[in-house]
Write a protein that binds this ligand. Structure first.
Ligand SMILES: O=C(O)[C@H]1O[C@H](OP(=O)(O)OP(=O)(O)OC[C@H]2O[C@@H](n3ccc(=O)[nH]c3=O)[C@H](O)[C@@H]2O)[C@H](O)[C@@H](O)[C@@H]1O
Length: 439
């Protein structure tokens, strides 16, 4: 390039003058020659760029094709086998459902999938096994599901092609949508992950459901956090939910509105469940009861948040088995979706239920119960609740779920944490007095 420039704009003007006088023709000729050289260079560069881009898109497409962990005849056979209900013929509970469970390798997803499978329903799971918390725990849950005949597809709910393929392979009667970016405080660290899973992923899933023929009925996980700054207790489904305290809560609230539009426009049957701080065996390591247990056993301090004026925070902690009953009750009572091929044929149910325990426990009390079951004293750092999205307390009114789902929680925090601690000690291979953890 520098050579070309020098040719057109020589750096010795005196010399130019002399040459101009005598050799104008030659100069013109050189100029034309340089222009055509530039033209050729430009053509060459365009050709190179075009072939690079087409090579890139070939690499992208083929790597997607080769990296895809789904598709093919064998895969479809596994999906269909897993989706097939196995209730005995003539069973009082009917023919059985085919349920697509999103977030199946998650905490609530695993328990619900197992419970459905155990009573004879067909279940196919989908999970993206992201690294929000230790994926090896998710893999272990997947192995547990697999040992009970539940197949879990490794994929993302944002992948519309995968969802379409699943609905092509199986006429799912229900979708239990539990895949989400959970956690209240993490939303300040990674806000985009909440939009990706709880908004974009939800819409992609609803699009697939609305296009499916037959359309499935959808039961999905909202959250008690939608009550936000509401201070009327206990929280009832009729209370205001327009003051979220965290982005997480805002995305769950948005999910309630988004599902409403799909119910209204396409006739999808929707049930939203507001879970209240679910805990238990195979739980989520990011939650307080789980991380407190780990730290207490390892002799590390735990941070206990306190509200304004030293008021203890409280949660309506709900045991996983009770939540599973609420989820299955919701699937069993969900009315049918009415649309086909994206067209609504009539009104479909739109329901929202609180699934809580109705007896809040303070966080210091939770710690005392853990200390009792672990037989280890916690090193507590009491700090004022940072302004990171937490709410001071939650308390569910569950009358609606009791009436319509037959929901009746039966496990208190003491009994539930005892079961959790038993699982934790066996899963992480901890024997009392030893410091050998897998974690
Ligand atoms: O039910 C819900 O709506 C929500 O319940 C939990 O959220 P949260 O109730 O905040 O549960 P934890 O993160 O386990 O916290 C429980 C309590 O412990 C407190 N905490 C948490 C962490 C910590 O280090 N110290 C501490 O005192 C929190 O402030 C809170 O009061 C889940 O993480 C959410 O995904 C779910 O949607």
């Amino acid at each position: 390039m520098r050579v070309l420039e020098d040719d057109l704009f020589p750096s010795t003007p005196g010399k130019v003058k002399i040459e101009r006088a005598g050799t104008m023709n030659r100069q013109l000729h050189r100029c034309f020659a340089s222009t055509s050289t530039m033209f050729l260079w430009a053509l060459f560069l365009i050709a190179m760029t075009a072939s690079y881009l087409s090579f890139q898109s070939f690499v992208d497409t083929s790597s997607k094709y080769f990296a895809a962990s789904w598709g093919g005849l064998h895969w479809e056979r596994q999906i269909r086998a897993s989706a097939a209900p196995r209730r005995p013929p003539g069973s009082a509970a009917g023919a059985g459902m085919s349920v697509l469970v999103t977030g199946a390798a998650g905490f609530v997803g695993t328990h619900c999938s197992l419970a459905l499978r155990k009573r004879g329903d067909g279940v196919v799971g989908i999970d993206n096994f992201n690294a929000y918390y230790d994926p090896s725990l998710k893999k272990a849950r997947k192995a547990l599901l697999s040992s009970h005949g539940v197949f879990v597809v490794e994929g993302d709910i944002n992948d519309g092609r995968l969802l379409a393929k699943l609905f092509d392979a199986v006429p799912f009667t229900h979708v239990l949508h539990l895949a989400a970016q959970a956690g209240v405080r993490y939303a300040m660290e990674n806000p985009a992950s909440y939009v990706h899973s709880n908004i974009a992923g939800l819409v992609t899933l609803l699009e697939a459901c609305k296009d499916a023929d037959p359309q499935p009925a959808i039961v999905w996980a909202s959250s008690s956090s939608v009550y936000g700054l509401n201070d009327k207790v206990p929280f009832s489904e009729r209370d205001r939910t327009d003051q979220p305290a965290s982005l997480y809560a805002a995305t769950k609230k948005a999910g309630e509105e988004i599902t409403h539009t799909y119910n209204h426009i396409y006739g999808l049957s929707i049930t939203g469940l507001r879970f209240f701080t679910v805990y238990g065996p195979w739980g989520r390591p990011d939650m307080a009861y789980f991380s407190f247990t780990r730290n207490i056993l390892q002799g590390k301090p735990i941070t206990v948040y306190r509200g304004k004026d030293h008021v203890d925070l409280a949660r309506d902690f709900t045991y996983i088995d009770d939540i599973v009953k609420g989820c299955l009750g919701s699937l069993d009572t969900a009315g049918k979706s009415t649309g086909t091929g994206g067209k609504k044929r009539g009104p479909a149910p739109y329901r929202i239920f609180n699934l809580g325990n109705t007896s809040p426990v303070t966080v210091p009390n939770l710690v005392s119960i853990l200390e009792k079951h672990l037989r280890v004293k916690a090193k507590k750092n009491m700090v004022e609740m940072p302004g990171n999205g937490d709410v001071p307390f939650t308390h569910a009114n569950i009358s609606l779920a009791r009436q319509q789902l037959g929901y009746k929680p039966t496990t208190n925090l003491d009994v539930g944490l005892k079961k959790f601690v038993k699982w934790y000690l066996s899963y992480y291979g901890y024997t009392r007095g030893s410091k050998n953890f897998r974690q």
